[in-house]
Design a protein around this ligand. Sequence first.
Ligand code: FE2
Length: 226
Amino acid sequence: MVHRPPSRVHGGAEALIPEEPDWRALPDRVFSPGFLALRGRIFDWIEDYYDRDHLTRAGDWMLVLAPDAPEHLVIAALLHDMERSVPGGPVLDMATVRWDDPVYNDAHTGRSAVIVPEWLAGQGASRELAAAVARPIREHEFGGSPEGDLMQAADSISYLESNAELTASWAIRGMCSIEKAREKLRWMGERVRHPLGRSIAEAYLGRSMREFELLVEQRSEGDGGR
Ligand SMILES: [Fe+2]
């Protein structure tokens, strides 16, 4: 997959939100050699994942929201959805089921909270590190603890930044209605519990919605009323 550097625009009402992090940037602090080596292997693992940019940016935004975040929390953000890369996971019928459906989301977060620690253990990560990612991963959709709230915020901001096109494609391909796809973006923007994360997510929700509407409109014009 070709690296797509994020091209981002600031201005207007969005000018007050924190500066967008550079792609895979690390703040000026000391990270352990083990973390840095593991991060490289994480980027290898997610390279072919369909939503690699979203996972990458969740890690980047985690370090904006919490520059001193513990290393396990950055790792959790980078890998939080990876159960979806392993066949056999839960499936949400996006045409008919609410985005915040607890059954689907519990299955998704719970499965990632098993698969990711297992992968980390297989990479030689310490037992403590592998165990520490489970709870924040489990809480990334709804928050709950301080770490879970940070995960939810990083997930939402990254989703809105990276996935307007993906979300529009669901409507364009008929997997759900246009309004149902809009609801996904709204849910990601409005669910955020972390105060700073919420204000950033709200700004990105506006931008994501505009991008979404443009894409859907272009497609319907391209169809020529067929
Ligand atoms: Fe996610």
